[in-house]
Design a binder for this molecule. Structure first.
Ligand code: PLP
Ligand code: COI
Length: 364
């Protein structure tokens, strides 16, 4: 149900064409932002209102805003892709809208309808259309970051009665600088990302805060990322701080950890499970022990391992390290054949090079 009408107040302080083109030629990830942003307000009295596209800039926030104290916040991550004919599209926004609504329920925040969620993306991308990188410039896109937080100034612990929704956009290249160089992973024994009954399946800021100590531990051991295990037994593989994991098996199975409630339900993960059959792979969702990883890469049962997510797309996973040991790389240099096939199948749909037979793309 639509509740919001987005009005656009065009910024008079635009980044120059030259500067923007310079940024788009090598955008990195998450460091530069477009000219505009979306904001909307929800209050317990009036529901959602005041939806506006306005100049990108600082938000006014009371130091007592509940989000700063109790982390009542959720977000989404998606991308706008330029197709060869110049049109701009996004991938499965209904799935992001549904996940944001699930996250909102878990974090006691108000839900935004699918229509309003997609309208907010359309409004921002139309205002900042020039910021969507040109077709054919590699893996570049405009990363869209919708988020919602408790903006009420109140220090009591209860769901906020005033909430802000916002969308910002940031031109994005590859998430990992090494391109298809396999990333090394650290198995965190001391830290879990999420636990039973917690917020692991929600896309809330707190999950990322809790993943950082494990990430630092990994970096201290020379690894690119940390892989988190289940918090109860430290036996089963869950996911990375910002990506899901897949294992390509010698027998043609494509395995990924089952959704246990503490893993984020990745939209890339779900799409890959759907695409697997087209690639003659048998998708399997089940609990996978970390010991199986160690044994599988040695015995050759596991032929490739990759991580996936909106920001990282499909990234080969290399060596696994833990306190006192390591296992050989889970992927050949540059990624294995299956990893590369899945990656290009997905990118071809997203960039409009392959027919979108499942209705996954939405024009913005
Ligand atoms: N797992 C976590 C913790 C994430 O932050 C993300 C990124 O959004 C993913 C998995 C992958 O999700 P998606 O494919 O929807 O981007
Ligand atoms: C994404 O892939 O969109 C993510 O949210 C991962 C990370 C950048 C937080």
């Amino acid at each position: 149900m639509t509740q919001l009408t987005f009005t656009t107040e065009r910024s008079s302080n635009l980044v120059s064409d030259i500067e923007r083109e310079q940024i788009l030629s090598d955008p990195g990830f998450g460091t530069t932002f477009t000219d505009h942003m979306v904001t909307a307000t929800w209050t317990a009295e009036h529901g959602w209102h005041d939806a506006v596209v306005r100049e990108f800039g600082p938000l006014q926030l009371s130091p007592a805003a509940a989000v700063l104290h109790y982390a009542q916040e959720i977000f989404e991550g998606m991308k706008a892709y330029r197709h060869e004919d110049g049109s701009v599209w996004t991938f499965r926004p209904e799935a992001n809208a549904a996940r944001m609504a699930r996250s909102a329920r878990r974090l006691a925040l108000p839900e935004l309808s699918e229509e309003d969620f997609i309208a907010s993306l359309t409004a921002l991308v139309q205002a900042d259309e020039k910021w969507v990188p040109a077709y054919g410039t590699g893996e570049t896109s405009l990363y869209l970051r919708p988020f919602m937080f408790a903006s009420e100034a109140f220090l009591g612990v209860r769901p906020a009665r005033e909430v802000t929704y916002s969308v910002i956009a940031s031109p994005a290249g590859a998430y990992f600088k090494g391109g298809l160089k396999p990333v090394s992973l650290w198995v965190s024994q001391d830290y879990a990302r999420a636990g039973d009954g917690g917020t692991g399946a929600a896309k809330c800021g707190g999950n990322y805060a809790s993943s950082m100590a494990g990430q630092i531990e990994g970096a201290d051991h020379g690894c690119d990322q940390a892989v988190f295990l289940d918090s109860a037994t430290h036996t089963y593989i869950e996911e990375l701080g910002g990506m899901n994991l897949f294992f390509v098996m010698k027998d043609g199975r494509l395995r990924t950890p089952a959704l246990t409630g503490s893993i984020l339900e990745g939209i890339t993960r779900d799409s890959i499970l759907t695409l697997a059959k087209d690639l003659d792979l048998e998708p399997v969702q089940e609990r996978i022990e970390i010991q199986e990883w160690k044994d599988g890469v040695v015995s050759g049962e596991i032929t490739e391992i990759f991580a996936c997510g909106t920001a990282a797309v499909v990234t080969p996973v290399g060596e696994l390290r833990w306190d006192g040991g390591s296992a050989p790389s889970g992927s050949p240099e540059g990624g294995g054949e299956v990893t590369r096939a899945i990656r290009s199948t997905l990118l071809d749909i997203q960039y409009g090079r392959a027919t979108d037979t499942r209705g996954w793309m939405t024009r913005l």
